[in-house]
Design a protein around this ligand. Structure first.
Ligand code: PLP
Ligand code: SF4
Length: 448
């Protein structure tokens, strides 16, 4: 490999900063008192985790609090009800631990921490037992959740897995090892894709990751291994300079040498994440293994809700040799009112960005809702003598006969999810039956 490698001396070891380090972060980076107070209060309710790289290379400290990366990783005042924030600040001054903890529990419960019992959906059974750490929704793809990969190098404030990061989710659903996955694949030869997801599987050491991946290489029916990760954005040292960075690249090469596709499903929320020398080098090194890199992220108010940002992001991905893949619609959990972008506006942002792209970046699809029956894309707005409609299409579905079929809903400027929409009465019955109750959302990897 001809690419320069940073020596480990130049590359500090990974260290996470959490709610207990807020004062230290504030001192080092000059967080204004008002923002500090908000972070301190809100991070009691919502997860908070950053690291040195995010703090020094990504956040623009001259633009606090509007900076999109600051919004991406630091809890904000507006994420909770103003009265709740005031209460938390007040309790922090005078109340005891127990009283604060009770209030925190009450506020969390109001934030839909477990949208639609997602952990139970689509969990397959083997010999009538539920298989821990697997989800099988689309015929050809299973999602695999290794238990050691259920955290991340930093937390996104919008993550729909937030309940897991505050210790309020049942992690018994995750897999300790690949034994059951292998048994399941043995009985389901139609599964060609295994998507390893989390949390972020790249938080695992190479040795651990190898223990999950290597056994897949003896399953002939598995043709593609995908790894969902935000590590290139949050800790590119994972591929450049970490003590086992070179080993992980060898592991990727091994998967490719087995004749399989290795696809890194990279989560990039903002073009700045692709601009650092480390991130570029990480992508170049990943690509040099023969792995493919596909990129996806949700559309989030305060972080990336304008067409220019997405056009820059997708152009940056293309320039790095990565493939723009999905723009997602944010899910119904956590501080959704803070992040929400209505479907009609989401479509305008997508279209305005898409129109600026060279053809090779028009591989991207969006805005996409990942719902119980499948992935639904908003394709456009249709003006007819009967009125305006939002054009929709199933991109991926549990039921294969629904895939690729267009349908439409009455236009709404405010609907932010398919369950806020009214379907056109002439919608084909099978689609109406599938999408009508599509109010629930499926468990899928955060980087699905
Ligand atoms: C998105 C997703 C997949 C992968 O779908 P592709 O369109 O093949 O990328 C698999 N499982 C679930 C549950 C998903 O949401
Ligand atoms: S979106 Fe991904 S990287 Fe961000 S906190 Fe969630 S699982 Fe972690």
């Amino acid at each position: 490999m001809s690419l320069n490698v940073l020596s480990t001396e130049e590359s500090p070891r990974f260290r996470a900063f959490g709610p207990h380090h807020i004062e230290e972060v504030a001192r080092r980076y000059g967080l204004p008192a008002d923002a500090l107070e908000a972070v301190r209060a809100v991070s009691q309710v919502l997860p908070f985790r950053v690291n040195e790289y995010v703090l020094t290379e990504l956040v623009d400290w001259h633009r606090i609090p509007e900076d999109p990366i600051f919004q991406l990783v630091f809890p904000q005042r507006g994420m909770l009800d103003p009265a709740e924030v005031e209460l938390l600040i007040d309790l922090g001054r005078r109340a005891g631990r127990k009283e604060i903890a009770a209030e925190v529990r009450r506020i969390r419960a109001g934030l839909n921490p477990h949208p639609s019992g997602q952990l139970q959906l689509n969990v397959p059974t083997l010999a009538e037992e539920q298989v821990a750490g697997l989800q099988h929704k689309y015929r050809e793809t299973v999602l695999y959740f290794p238990s050691q990969g259920q955290t991340c190098h930093a937390y996104c404030t919008y993550c729909f897995r937030w309940a897991q990061f505050i210790g309020d989710a049942d992690l018994r659903f995750a897999a300790r090892g690949p034994e059951q996955l292998l048994a399941y694949l043995g009985r389901h030869p139609a599964v060609t894709d295994v998507l390893v997801t989390g949390g972020d599987p790249m938080v695992m050491s190479t040795e651990r990751l190898r223990a999950h991946l290597e056994p897949l290489l003896s399953v002939d029916t598995v043709r593609t291994v995908r790894i969902g990760t935000k590590s290139v954005a949050y800790w590119p040292q994972r591929f450049v300079g970490d003590t086992d960075a070179d080993d992980v690249l060898r592991l990727f090469e091994q998967v490719v040498a087995s004749g399989r596709n290795l696809a890194v499903m990279a989560h990039f929320s903002h073009p700045r994440e692709l601009e650092t020398a480390l991130a570029r080098r990480a992508l170049a090194r990943i690509r040099a293994t023969g792995a493919l890199v596909y990129c996806q992220a949700p559309l989030i108010a305060h972080v990336n809700d304008d067409a220019r940002t997405w056009a820059d992001l997708w152009r940056g991905e293309l320039a790095s040799g990565a493939v723009p893949y999905y723009m997602f619609v944010e899910r119904d959990t956590g501080p959704r009112q803070y992040f929400e972008v209505p479907l009609a506006r989401a479509h305008r942002i997508f279209r305005d960005a898409y129109q600026q792209l060279p053809g090779l970046a028009r591989t991207v699809r969006g805005p996409v809702m990942s719902t119980t029956p499948g992935k639904i894309v908003v394709d456009g707005v249709e003006e007819t003598p009967q009125g305006r409609f939002l054009q929709l299409r199933m991109l991926q579905a549990r039921e294969p006969s629904l895939v690729g079929r267009p349908f439409r809903a009455l236009y709404s400027e405010t609907a932010a999810w398919v369950d806020h929409l009214e379907l056109d009465p002439s919608t084909p019955p099978d689609i109406a039956a599938a999408v009508g109750p599509a109010t629930r959302q499926a468990l899928s990897g955060a980087h699905g």
